[in-house]
Design a protein around this ligand. Sequence first.
Ligand SMILES: [Fe+2]
Ligand SMILES: [Fe+2]
Length: 216
Amino acid sequence: MPPGPIRGLRFVHTAIRNETASLADRAASIEDPAEVAALGDDFGLLADALIGHAIGEDEGYFGTLDERAGPLCAAYSQDHADEKVVLGKLAEAIASCGTADELAAIQAELAHLRDHSDAHMSREENELWPKTEELFSPPEQGGIIQAILAVIPKEQFPVLIPWIVARNPDDEAVAYVTMLSRVQPPEVFARTRTWLADGLVPAQWSMLCERVEALA
Ligand SMILES: [Fe+2]
Ligand SMILES: [Fe+2]
């Protein structure tokens, strides 16, 4: 089975993997509990990305897949629900951390979040994506990607899209923005272009302008 458009989800998986690992590493290097609050903004962006991605899969993908493949996705949706609870608790803990014990708990929870989301995404990649490629034509898979994008809260896009691009290696960032240029209606891609120009560091934005035809 050739790789299909459903693998467009890999860009957000890569970004989530890189950011959960980075935050777990940063937390692990902290010795003074008062320094934990500095992780709050980056943790908030990660939590928004995780929740947006989960909503996209729950509402734009899993129902469609279950309809054709039989019940496959309930455990994945349960993971999303469990993760949302963990994210809420971690946000509170990061905002109020004051003791060495609280710091140690946050370090352990962030390492657990990294491992748990990595394992969850690996299962999606190894079980759900091949099933989707087997049962859905490439245009149908493109439709699923569009359905996922359609249910992610619109107000997240100006931050979420540059956040994903910035956490992918150059070749993948080029492939992601090229994919968006093909699945988004022209007026939506015009907005994406503005969000990228505003949200990326200049070097990555220039690289994309040189390599993505639709940005020229
Ligand atoms: Fe998921
Ligand atoms: Fe996923």
